[in-house]
Design a protein around this ligand. Structure first.
Ligand code: ADP
Ligand code: MG
Length: 358
């Protein structure tokens, strides 16, 4: 029996209304179950903030728990502030005797060796002898010329022989220091551990270095000497952003600031020009490169970045001549708002820009 056109219209209208109610109910149910969990705690000597979105609250909580546990494991392995970490034990091993490495430490050391080489030694995880010479963990002091020379010779990652799953210290003064890369290793481990069914965006902030997966994140590039001054806002779709600077941390010796980033080539603190920000697909490389490229200085850092596609850099110089921001085109391209012009090799980007890889 064919329905009259009027009846048909009424039915179809009712069905449309029912469908709308079902759709709304579905949306409300999804909203009630979907959750964002944020956890703040202290880890690796700094503040850790883990933010996870997931289909359900239990899934978000479990993912955040896995991220926190992964960072704790990295800290147990790499922290030289702990007497019992695997890296502390390697630092105490006798010269010339191969030390077996756990698979994770072997992987960490292989990666930092790659980054040490890539920066021509400007990033050097064997900077521990220089950190000691300058007393950077004890409030600072000025080393004598002989002591500095000795610390510089020992502060060379080339004095660690790495062969797969073992490492051999080749100099008595060799001290590996995790400060320039361990936060990055922690962030990579956290993102990897947080993955799982139903898990959406994960953002981990470890002392100001951020890593994100599963959704975009907007963050501010700020002035090195006035963090309340926003220079640009960038949109990061994945990967990690790390910033290094020599103005804030460090020690005061004889009235002069001794920055905590040291130049392995001179044995002295790297010049305090402002700050340097790196975007890289992985947090370990972002962390190590921010430190290493900071040591190279503004011009050499930008040249390095131009020769290494896939790594984006912003250099903020802040001195008597004023403030100047220079960046790779890829970094300038993810700026969604700028308060100062960003100079690139292609000219200045002012105002808004969009697109780009990161
Ligand atoms: P932050 O830890 O403040 O984020 P960085 O990532 O730049 O800053 O790391 C600075 C730390 O790295 C120093 O405290 C020290 O432990 C270590 N370090 C200093 N100079 C170097 C260097 N040239 N290469 C590798 N590590 C370094
Ligand atoms: Mg670093």
């Amino acid at each position: 029996m064919a329905a009259s056109p009027a009846l048909y219209r009424a039915r179809s209208l009712r069905w449309r209304r029912i469908r709308l109610v079902i759709l709304l109910a579905g949306l409300i149910a999804a909203d009630a179950a979907a959750a964002e969990v944020e956890r703040r705690l202290f880890a690796m000597g700094t503040e850790l903030v883990v933010t996870v979105s997931a289909d359900t609250r239990p899934a978000a909580l479990a993912a955040s728990e896995r991220a926190v546990a992964a960072i704790a494991a990295v800290e147990r392995r790499l922290s030289t502030w702990r007497p019992d970490s695997e890296l502390t034990r390697l630092n105490a091993a006798p010269v010339g005797v191969p030390v077996p490495l756990s698979a994770p430490l072997a992987a960490d050391l292989a990666e930092v060796q790659r980054l040490w080489r890539a920066t021509g030694g400007a990033f050097d995880p064997a900077v521990g002898s220089l950190v000691r010479a300058w007393g950077l963990r004890e409030g600072g002091r000025r080393p004598g010329a002989a002591e500095l020379g000795e610390a510089r010779r020992a502060g060379d990652f080339g004095r660690l022989a790495l062969t797969g799953r073992s490492a051999t210290r080749l100099a008595a003064g060799l001290i590996l220091e995790e400060g320039g890369f361990a936060k990055g290793v922690g962030l990579d481990a956290a993102l990897e551990a947080a993955r799982g069914p139903g898990v959406g965006r994960v953002v981990v902030d470890l002392g100001g270095q951020l890593a994100v997966v599963g959704g975009a994140l907007e963050l501010d590039l700020v002035a090195p000497r006035d963090r309340s001054r926003r220079l640009a806002r960038v949109r990061v779709a994945s990967g990690s952003v790390a910033t290094s600077g020599n103005g804030e941390r460090g020690a005061i010796v004889d009235g002069a600031r001794v920055g905590h980033i040291l130049d392995p080539r001179t044995g002295r603190p790297a010049r305090d020009f402002g700050s340097l920000t790196v975007w890289a697909p992985a947090a370990t490389e972002a962390d190590a490169l921010a430190t290493g490229l900071y040591v190279l200085g503004p011009d050499a850092a930008l040249e390095w970045a131009a020769a290494h596609p896939g790594i984006e850099v912003a250099v903020v110089e802040d001195d008597v001549r004023g403030l100047r921001v220079r960046a790779t085109p890829g970094l300038a391209a993810i700026a969604v708002a700028t308060a100062v012009p960003i100079e690139t090799s292609h000219g200045a980007v002012a105002g808004r820009a969009q697109g780009g890889r990161p």
